[in-house]
Design a protein around this ligand. Structure first.
Ligand code: CP
Ligand code: NVA
Length: 335
């Protein structure tokens, strides 16, 4: 395994052993943090955090992880720097790469994060694009490993917009790791054929079973993990009406939990979630569509199956592992 100097742009660039290593390293670093054992493996390094889109977890996780590792994080928001407006991605990458030891980027375009990596000369980490959300995956599969002791052979069912970054990443990552992934979504929101074929290729090697279906009963039966994400991702806020109509039958609610026929099923959500009307969007949706919860009901969100806040905490431990592995040495985690 060779991590040093490597970027983390998409899960498909990594082998099963490498992704599993990052999950195990995250678990190890979590243990060190909980035990109060100092782990300043990146003392003196400087990290740039580029955010074209908003973020709570990813930004907080990179910031705290960098500080815990002894590195200095610098937040560079969309309105703070010249990128895209007065300066090309290539020139920005060259400048930032000459000053910083690693660069995180969140934005719409996968091409931008790839161009940054090509020209920066330092590791670049994808903090979410419209195509992939790879740092999220290490946290998600860590949460599954903590809950079930393993990721292989676990049935992960994603219900909702099957074309978005999180669904795409879950499918490919699970296929590589040997987790059985089912995408349960209306046909018009199924992942594209090329992506399903790619996942199937990985699944043939790992033994994972892949299913894409619009049938909720078939899709959720014997799920170990029920996962959902927002029905409308950042940048497509004009799509609420059509998504609500399409996705209401795919809402994660108590009836769906029962359809899994698995008392031990856990609920995951990358967050933020629309489970009540305590947000501006939530209130607008209630006024316009009479709906007080969207992709998950408040009952499930606050109920005994929910692991979404452990999952959110794991963003920090896993981002720490990704930075430590790509900027530091290869550790052998003792999980
Ligand atoms: N899950 C996630 O990426 O959250 P943020 O958008 O708050 O970073
Ligand atoms: N699919 C969501 C994920 C947010 C973490 C979005 O892109 O907005």
């Amino acid at each position: 395994m060779e991590f040093q100097g490597k970027s983390f742009l998409a899960e498909k660039d990594f082998t099963q052993a490498e992704l599993q290593y990052l999950i195990d390293l995250s678990q190890h670093l979590k243990k060190l943090k909980k035990q109060g054992i100092v782990h300043r493996y990146l003392e003196g390094k400087n990290i740039a955090l580029l955010f074209e889109k908003t973020s709570t977890r990813t930004r907080a996780a990179f910031t705290v992880a960098a500080v815990d590792l002894g590195a200095h994080p610098e937040f560079l928001g969309a309105n703070d720097i010249q990128l895209g407006k007065k300066e090309s991605v290539e020139d920005t990458a060259k400048v930032l790469g000459s000053m910083f030891d690693g660069i995180e980027f969140r934005g719409s375009s996968q091409q931008v994060v790839e161009a940054l990596a090509e020209h920066a000369g330092v590791p670049v980490w994808n903090g979410l694009t419209d195509e992939w959300h790879p740092t999220q995956m290490i946290a998600d599969y860590l949460t599954i490993q903590e809950s079930f002791g393993k990721v292989k052979g676990i049935n992960l069912v994603y219900c909702g917009d099957g074309r978005n970054n999180v669904a795409r990443s879950l499918l490919v990552t699970g296929a590589i790791l040997g987790t059985n992934v089912r995408i349960v979504a209306p046909k018009s929101l199924h992942p594209d054929e090329a992506l399903i074929a790619l996942a199937q290729e990985y699944a043939n090697q790992s033994g994972a079973k892949i299913l894409v279906t619009d049938n909720v009963d078939e899709g959720v039966l014997h799920a170990d993990v029920l996962y959902t994400d927002v029905w409308v991702s950042m940048g497509e806020e004009d799509k609420f009406a059509e998504r609500i109509e399409l996705l209401l039958p795919y809402q994660v609610n108590q009836a769906m939990i029962e359809k899994t026929q698995n008392e031990q099923v856990i609920f995951l959500h990358c967050l933020p979630a629309f489970h009540d009307v305590e947000t501006n969007y939530g209130q607008e949706i209630q006024e316009k569509f009479g709906l007080s919860e969207m992709e998950v009901t408040d009952e499930v969100f606050r109920g005994k199956h929910g692991r979404q806040f452990e999952q959110a905490e794991n963003r920090m431990h896993s981002i720490k592992a990704i930075m430590a592995a790509t900027l530091g040495h290869l550790f052998i985690p003792n999980v």
